[in-house]
Design a protein around this ligand. Structure first.
Ligand code: MSP
Length: 484
């Protein structure tokens, strides 16, 4: 018997530029969910990787005087190194240039060709090189790609088509029967309208791009980079290679992605899976975009946030915390140093850090040994902690990360107030028993924080947990020293 694992994926990142906060965001979201599932002892499998073919990669390599293979080796290593810095615990990292992937892409292409879902024709249209996608006249804004603000090139070529048009009704039916497939909800209508508007067959091969997976039966053609890349979600899961693994993983429980690539994941990808008679992923979750200090990230502004700089200075956990607390997951948001520092000082140094050090310092003085367990049916605080735990779980399961964090910080606020009102440091002089009781309530309520924070701030959560262990409590320095 194979047990199905909760299968989480990120997009495969293009290797034409250095990793930045946008890439980190999608990957961290997947990591937070994977770690959360692990705290609940659910078996999870977390896949990420890199998208290595196509004209843009070829061009980037050429510009740097290296071969595409050298270029992708170097860049993939940079992504891996960043994920290590950020504490990403993935189970597999797939590169689309690996034979285990290329084999499956070729087999699928030939399979669909034999079945008639792929056929040969010719195409003429406007192509945005940065999107790696043909754009419809109706999608252009002032004749330019709405995302990259560049004029598309007119391209005419012999090409293979995937019969996307044949899947229009089936897709609409799937959306209707699975209302959470396209998440968050506010993004679904746009996709539904697009599909209702009529789907055209999709060009899935190129004769001009050399750096790609060749069509086995017609090697003049390489396979379109999106068709190639999407297949990673099943090639990494063992499709056509490892039946048991595939059963354990497929269908994916959640594909995390940014809003600009939702169409590929919610329209093309399910249609390909339908053509292969495979079950469809349960959910595509599209998050929003970060701007930096109010501006779009761009090469000309050079305002990319490199997560390595900020984490080297302020710590990985503070960064992980900030990006999920600051902006509701699914919405666009702005990253500014001012907002980052404000949250660091207010939420981490003050609310959480002070709560922890006040409690521990008073406990060290007044409690003696901390027991293994502590129950107190009359404690309003412990009751509140249990309620918070439920609220936290609800929000984590709904991927409302900001609300899960809000709930925790509301309890921290309540606890700080409880300390201010009961003044244990004064009470200790007149009523040591009551003082001890209050401090035990606080210590045991704080233990919840260690598990709640574990998915977001793994290192700090482990440290909190260590400090709160039973036995003799010590005095400690601040976990998050204030920044100016
Ligand atoms: N290679 C494709 C995906 C293929 S999946 C089979 C691709 N790669 S990408 O390198 O452009 O990165 C995609 C991810 O980075 C998306 O999830 C995208 O939303 C995220 N971000 C890139 N810039 C971003 C922001 N400014 N803000 C938030 N995330 C953004 O697309």
């Amino acid at each position: 018997m194979t047990t199905k694992k909760f299968y989480i994926t990120t997009p495969l990142y293009y290797l034409n530029s250095e990793p930045h906060i946008g890439h980190a965001y999608t990957t961290l979201a997947a990591d937070v969910l994977a770690r959360y599932k692990k705290t609940k002892n659910e078996p999870v499998y977390f896949l990420t990787g890199t998208d290595e073919h196509g004209a843009n990669i070829e061009k980037a390599a050429l510009n740097h005087n290296v071969t595409p293979q050298q270029w992708t080796d170097d860049m993939a290593a940079k992504f891996k190194a960043l994920w290590q810095v950020l504490g990403i615990e993935y189970d597999d990292f797939i590169r689309t240039t690996e034979p285990r992937h290329e084999r499956v892409v070729q087999a699928i292409f030939e399979k669909l060709l034999a079945k008639g879902d792929i056929y040969k024709g010719s195409y003429s249209g406007k192509y945005c090189l940065s999107c790696e996608s043909y754009l419809d006249e109706s999608e252009l804004v002032d004749g330019k790609c709405p995302i990259h603000k560049k004029e598309p090139q007119i391209i005419e070529e012999e090409t293979y088509f995937f019969k996307l048009s044949a899947y229009q009704d089936k897709l609409l039916k799937y959306y209707e029967e699975n209302p959470t497939f396209i998440s968050p909800k506010h993004r679904a209508q746009e996709i539904i309208n697009f599909v209702k508007g009529g789907l055209k067959d999709l060009s899935v091969s190129r004769t001009k791009v050399k750096w790609g997976i060749s069509v086995p039966s017609d090697p003049n053609h390489t396979i379109y980079v999106w068709f190639d890349a999407l297949i990673n979600y099943i090639s990494a899961a063992g499709y056509l290679a490892d039946e048991n693994k595939f059963k354990e993983l497929w269908p994916a429980d959640i594909h995390f992605l940014g809003k600009e690539i939702l169409r590929f994941h919610a329209v093309i990808w399910p249609a390909v899976l339908m053509a292969l008679d495979l079950p469809l992923p349960k959910q595509d979750f599209a998050h929003g975009w970060w701007t930096i200090e109010g501006e779009k990230m761009s090469k000309s502004l050079g305002n990319f946030i490199d997560p390595r700089d900020i984490t080297a200075k302020y710590g990985v956990d503070a960064f992980r915390y900030f990006i999920f607390r600051e902006v509701p997951f699914g919405q666009d948001g702005d990253f500014s140093m001012e907002a980052f520092k404000k949250r660091f000082n207010a939420d981490l140094a003050n609310d959480l850090g002070n709560l922890l050090s006040r409690t521990l310092n008073m406990a060290a003085k007044n409690v003696g040994e901390i027991p293994q367990t502590y129950t107190n049916a009359n404690s309003a605080l412990l009751k509140k902690a249990e309620e918070t735990d439920k609220l936290y779980d609800q929000n984590m399961n709904a991927l409302a990360f900001d609300k899960a964090l809000d709930a925790i910080w509301a309890l921290a606020g309540y606890m700080n107030k409880y300390i201010d009102e009961t003044k244990p440091w004064m009470l200790a002089k007149t009523d040591p028993e009551k003082t001890k009781e209050i401090l035990l309530e606080l210590v045991f309520a704080l233990r919840y924080f260690a598990s709640w924070l574990a998915p977001f701030m793994p290192t700090s959560a482990a440290e909190i947990s260590r400090r709160l262990q039973s036995g003799k409590i010590e005095k400690y320095g601040p976990l998050f020293p204030r920044i100016d």
